[in-house]
Design a protein around this ligand. Structure first.
Ligand code: NDP
Length: 485
């Protein structure tokens, strides 16, 4: 019998599902059991062409509509997403393995937030009037044209919406390629947008591995590329986009610091560290995986952290009682287990977890290492799994320097009850998305993105509008033109 997660077809182009079984088959594996639940096919060159040509053509009429008309469709799509939240959450859980307890509140719902927020902004995208004596300049905020979105596997619905919603609000069209690991959810986003009245051809989803992404990025018809992925992929995609002088947004990886001072509330700090390391089984780009704890609070912090981490419920992700799911793939599980072994070899002290869980699927126990030093592999490389490194520190000055000593700069957090210190420290941390006495909040109203190797551009908020539109300026002369001859 066909599994309910099996989509009608692999691609969604020009307002309809499209199949082409000539492409490489991509098995969809449910991470909690290891069973194959669906198959999609990578886009062939013919599918890539169909998606790009339809998106290029459809964009012109879309950009001519008023922002209010475009926004109405996005807001309707947000309502449909919320009505179908349960069904979409179940699918997200099949796609990623993340527990339903999480997907019910974090995925389709944050996608709907993006559709609603950018739908609301669409009607207010205006230019400026700049007086120049008798003359004047006016500016027009115009769409970029055809945008490509390429997604990572950890938030397939959210990423499809975070890129699609601002792109469409500004009058662009989009071709979105999900990660080959999680190909299912973006198809639902496309389906819902069209159910809400989006004209055909404006939001297309095609499947495939890196080479399909590369074909999209290098096509001369594409005006903008927005990637969520790792730093090495980001460097390749950025370079390919630069060759065609295309706009880019790069949402890449991190190894973010979470700094806990002696005067912090221990329960809140432990909660922040858990949210910043074990949500989505640690597969979150902004995670605060280097937890710097001031020496005075260290043992108390570690004791409560071990106790509370022990309360994680590993199990069937479709059961709402489960609070901790598997790694997305066997390969990702093996990468994470490899890092855990490295941590042990390099002398970090294992506080809890530290191995594959004794159950079917790709589960790794939530793992905490203490006495981690800055040079250890687990403190330097992005693991993208449930492995928290706790490092000790003495002074504010020292911890700021150590926190910044990384190529990454996505996020940073500080727990302290001294608010002057909180702002002083955050002001010196090299990161795009920061938190004081909290960790990993990502509301659509706030800009999200990294500095240094963690990325270029911002998603969410009014900032995203700047990255999906461009400004035309028009000088208007009222008098005669003076010329040299
Ligand atoms: P990857 O970098 O492996 O892949 C990201 C996407 O790029 C996938 O769809 C992939 O295709 C595609 N791709 C790979 N090579 C190319 C290429 N040459 N040209 C165009 N596209 C290409 O990332 P993961 O999927 O493994 O995701 C994990 C990473 O994403 C982590 O580093 C994490 O930190 C980062 N991330 C960043 C976020 C942020 O907002 N800053 C949020 C979430 C994750 P395919 O995989 O199908 O082959």
């Amino acid at each position: 019998m066909t599994h309910p997660a099996q989509p009608k077809a692999s691609h969604f182009i020009n307002g309809a599902y499209v199949e082409d079984t000539a492409g490489t088959p991509i098995p969809v594996i449910y991470a909690a059991t290891g069973e194959q639940i669906a198959t999609v096919y990578a886009a062939t060159p013919a599918i890539v062409e169909q998606a790009l040509s339809t998106a290029k053509e459809a964009q012109k009429a879309w950009a001519k509509m008023t922002g209010t008309e475009r926004g109405r469709i996005l807001r309707r799509a947000a309502d449909i997403m919320r009505e179908r939240n349960h069904e979409l959450s179940v699918l997200e859980t099949y796609d990623t393995g993340k527990p339903l307890q999480e997907t019910l509140v974090a995925d389709a719902s944050s996608g709907a937030d993006a559709l609603e927020y950018f739908g609301g902004l669409a009607g207010s995208l205006t230019g400026e009037h700049i007086p120049m004596g008798k003359d004047w300049v006016y500016t027009v905020r115009e769409a970029l044209g055809l945008c490509v979105g390429i997604g990572a596997w950890n938030y397939p619905t959210q990423i499809a919406c975070w890129k699609g919603a601002p792109a469409l609000a500004c009058g662009n069209s989009m071709v979105f390629k999900p990660s080959e690991t999680t190909p299912l959810c973006a198809l639902k986003v496309a389906e819902i947008l069209h159910e809400a009245g989006l004209p055909a051809g404006l939001y297309n989803v095609i499947q495939g591995m890196g080479e399909v992404g590369a074909a999209l990025v290098t096509d001369p018809r594409v005006d903008k590329v927005s990637l969520t992925g790792s730093v090495p992929t980001g460097k390749k995609v950025y370079a390919a986009a630069a060759a065609g002088m295309k706009h880019v947004t790069m949402e890449l990886g991190g190894k973010s610091p979470l700094i806990i001072f002696d005067d912090a509330d221990v329960e809140n700090a432990v909660g922040g560290a858990i949210n910043g390391n074990f949500y989505s089984s640690g597969q979150v780009c902004s995670n605060g995986t280097r937890v710097f704890v001031q020496k005075g609070i260290k043992e108390k912090f570690l004791a409560r952290l071990a106790e509370r981490t022990g309360a994680a419920v590993l199990g069937d992700p479709q059961d709402e009682a489960t609070s901790f799911g598997p790694m997305v793939t066997q390969n990702q599980m093996n990468i994470v287990l490899g890092y855990i072994e490295k941590g042990k070899e390099e002398g970090a002290r294992l506080i809890c977890g530290g191995k594959r869980a004794d159950m079917p699927g790709f589960f790794v126990e939530p793992t905490v290492f203490a006495d981690v030093t800055d040079d250890m592999t687990i403190a330097r490389e992005e693991i993208f799994g449930p492995v928290m490194s706790v490092l000790d520190f003495d002074t504010e000055e020292e911890v700021i320097a150590r926190a910044n000593d990384t190529e990454f700069g996505l996020s940073a957090g500080v727990f302290t009850n001294d608010f002057s210190r909180a702002h002083r420290v955050i002001g010196q941390l090299e990161a795009g998305s920061c938190f004081i006495n909290s960790y990993n909040d990502a509301p659509v109203e706030a800009p999200f993105g990294g500095v240094k190797a963690s990325g270029v551009g911002r998603e969410n908020s009014k900032e995203a509008i700047k990255h999906f539109s461009q400004v035309k300026s028009v000088y208007v002369r009222m008098g005669d033109v003076e010329a040299a001859f």
